[in-house]
Design a protein around this ligand. Sequence first.
Ligand code: TRP
Length: 337
Amino acid sequence: MSTIKTLTGIKPTGTPHLGNYVGAIRPAIEESRRDDIKSYYFLADYHAIISSWDPDQVHESTRNIAAVWLALGLDTDRATFYRQSDIPEIPELCWMLNCMAAKGLMNRAHAYKAAMDANVAEGNDPDKGVTMGLYSYPVLMAADILMFNANRVPVGRDQVQHIEMARDIAARFNHIYKGEHFVLPEAIVGENSAVLSGLDGRKMSKSYGNVIPLFCPEKKFRKFIMKVVTNSLEPGEPKDADTCTLFQIFSAFARSESEIAAKRKQYEDGAGWGALKQELFEYLNEELKGPRAEYDRLIADPAFIEAELKKGADKAREESAPFITRLRDAVGLRSLV
Ligand code: TRP
C-alpha cells in the first residue's frame, strides 16, 4: 500500500481568522500528527506575488502566517513545512508542466474567468489587468502538488477545479513521457471541518469583512466577540442555540459534547446575550492565549521562523532534487556525455 501524502499550500495574504483556524489550520495540524500520513504544508509565496505587488506585504505576510502555524503547534519534525520559493525545483517543474498544459484548459480556470467577466461587465478589454501569473496560476499549483507526488490535497471548494487540472496535466505528462511519473492527486474538501459564521452571521470571510482575528490583543478580541450580531430577545427569554453564531463558534471550540449540551441548556434557560458573549470570550481566550503569546514571541524572533522554514526546505529538497533530475531525463534535458 502506498503511503498517504497530504499536501496543501497556504497563500500568505491577510491575517488568519477563527474561520481559517477551525476550517483549515486546526484539521491540518491534527492530520500532521497521524502516523499513517506524511504531510507537506507550505507558504505559497510565488502565488502571493500574483495578487500582491507590495514586497513588504508579501514578506510580512509570509512571516506572520508561518508564525501562526508554528504557534498553533505544527510539529515541523513530522510535517514538512516550507516556503515555496525555497524550492527551486518547483518553478522548474512548473515550466515542464506549462509545456503540457493545454491553453484551452487554462481558459476555463475560474479565477481567470471571473477576472474576464468583470472586465466585460465594465466594458473593458477582457484581459485587462490579467497577468500570465494569474492565467497560469493552476499550472504552478499543479507543480506544487506533483513535485511531491501528493495523493491527497485538502482544499476549499474553490480550489477543486485546480486539483482536477493538476490531474489532467499529470495524466498527460505520464502519457506523453510513457511512465508513471506522477501520482494523480485527489482534492479533499473537508466535510468534517467546520465552516464558521462571522460577525454578521454570514460565513466568516475576509471578503465579507465579518471576521474575528485569531490572534489580536485580548481587549480587541473581546470587542470582536461583543460585536457578534444576535437577536433582540431579553435575558430570561428562551433562545435558539442552533441559529446563533455565538453558539456555533462555541461548539467549534468546545472540548466535549457535554460542554456543548450544557451551553445549549443555557440558551433554553434564557441566558442573556451579554453573559453568553462574555462567556464565549473567556472560553476562547483561555484556548488561544497560549498560542497568542507564542505567536508574539515568534514574531519578535524571525530568525527562529527562518530556521524552521529552512529546515523544512532541506527536507523537501531531499525529495524534489532527485525527482527533478529524473523528470529532466524523462523529457530529454540530459547531459551530452
Ligand atoms: N491556491 C491555493 C489557495 O489559494 C493555495 C495553494 C497554492 C495550494 N498551491 C497549492 C493549495 C497546492 C493546495 C495545493 O488557497
